[in-house]
Design a protein around this ligand. Structure first.
Ligand SMILES: Nc1ncnc2c1ncn2[C@@H]1O[C@H](COP(=O)(O)OP(=O)(O)OP(=O)(O)O)[C@@H](O)[C@H]1O
Ligand SMILES: [Mg+2]
Length: 364
């Protein structure tokens, strides 16, 4: 098959084969990981605990709407999924009949987007007579930390993505316990909504990060929520930021263009401050010094450097996934699939997708 890439939609990564064959099957296990929960079509090929290819097809179609349009997302998945698979197999130098299992995202996510990935995975499973493995997307974000790393158990992971902000306790690869989560908006959503207020493109996180580099993070003081325990809240902050912008625009119509960089730096500072404060409470409460992060916001340099500081400030062992494994990717689905393959946790063809797939309903 010829692979067309007309709009340069594919992101690809270079890999070395460092796989370790440490499984009871005494053979290499090759897993296909299919991710289609939101607006990225991504397929990866793993061999044991190593990633051989990880192809991500971007969906630029949403940019002008300032957020993901679900119907457009599923149509783009349909268009991209076969070329993405072809490229993933080619880069991995793996033939389709060499695959041992097909892992796919069952949820949470957009119904239409999930259906495309799940139907595709089921068709492959039937055609190749290979087992199907359902994956919880939020669990996969956490397990992205197992790519290139060997985490010590137990560890605390802070997942900060477009739809979730969660603190979890990872006791082993199959026991992931929810400690706290956002009561309203997620941190990623807050980046996206603030970016929209400032006239920046979607997704807003990377746009705000770019502008923030040369901004003054102390210029604006935004509210931080008072939420008990290990839960988060971001809706009050979002409202506060909107009010500050609207009030200032009444007296200065150029307020946004004049202060865009400072606003971005201050917004970024506040979101990261909220995340770090909760993470520190979790470290203290559970007295656990192994820390990991995951999700799209984990690609943020400022956040990564604050997490890194925990090594010296709190004597923590810190795991930070590569940026390509922080935002949505097939590699994390493949790795999660590899662990489920080892315990032979296979999925029936009749299994439906689960747009609201809660992490804590998944604990075994
Ligand atoms: N460099 C960055 N700085 C801050 N935020 C970022 C950065 N890169 C991506 N993000 C944010 O990460 C989010 C996307 O992350 P991810 O792909 O994990 O989310 P999702 O899959 O849409 O949601 P979920 O995983 O909760 O279902 C977006 O909100 C985006 O703005
Ligand atoms: Mg995600």
């Amino acid at each position: 098959m010829q692979i067309k890439n007309p709009n340069n939609i594919f992101r690809r990564f270079i890999f070395n084969d460092n796989s370790v064959m440490c499984n009871k099957f005494n053979k290499n296990i090759i897993i296909l990981g299919i991710e289609s929960s939101c607006d990225d079509t991504s397929i990866a090929v793993s061999k044991n605990n190593d990633i051989l290819s990880n192809i991500v097809a971007d969906q630029k179609v949403h940019k002008k709407y300032g957020g993901v349009v679900p119907e457009l997302a599923s149509r783009e998945h349909q268009k991209n999924i076969i070329p993405t698979l072809a490229l993933a197999l080619k880069e991995a130098q793996v033939k389709i009949n060499e695959i041992d299992g097909i892992a796919f995202t069952r949820g949470p996510g957009l119904m239409g987007s999930l259906l495309v990935g799940a139907s595709f995975a089921k068709s492959l499973s039937i055609a190749l007579s290979k087992p199907l493995i359902e994956i919880n997307h939020m669990e996969a974000h956490v397990l992205a930390n197992f790519i290139d790393h060997h985490p010590n158990f137990p560890f605390i992971c802070l997942t900060v993505s477009g739809g979730h902000t969660q603190l979890v306790l990872v006791k082993d690869v199959q026991t992931i316990q929810l400690l706290g989560e956002t009561l309203d908006d997620s941190a990623g959503e807050t980046f996206d909504k603030c970016a929209k207020l400032l006239g920046l493109n979607y997704p807003g996180g990377p746009e705000i990060e770019k502008e923030a580099i040369s901004g003054d993070e102390t210029k604006f003081k935004f509210t931080t929520p008072k939420v008990d325990g290990l839960n988060f809240s971001f809706s009050g902050l979002k409202t506060n930021i909107r009010r500050v912008i609207e009030n200032n625009l009444k007296t200065d119509e150029n307020f946004i263009s004049k202060y865009k960089k400072d606003l971005c730096a201050s917004i970024q500072y506040t979101i990261i401050h909220i995340l770090m404060e909760k993470l520190k409470i979790a470290i203290e409460t559970y007295n656990i010094k192994n820390i990991a992060i995951s999700g799209g916001v984990a690609a943020n340099e400022k956040f990564r450097s604050q997490i890194k500081l925990l090594e010296t400030q709190q004597n923590c062992r810190v795991l930070i996934p590569k940026k390509e494994y922080s935002t949505d990717n097939g590699a994390m689905i493949a790795i999660a699939g590899y662990y489920k393959y080892q315990s032979q946790q296979f999925t029936k063809l009749s299994t439906d997708v689960k747009p609201r797939y809660r992490l804590n309903t998944y604990i075994k």
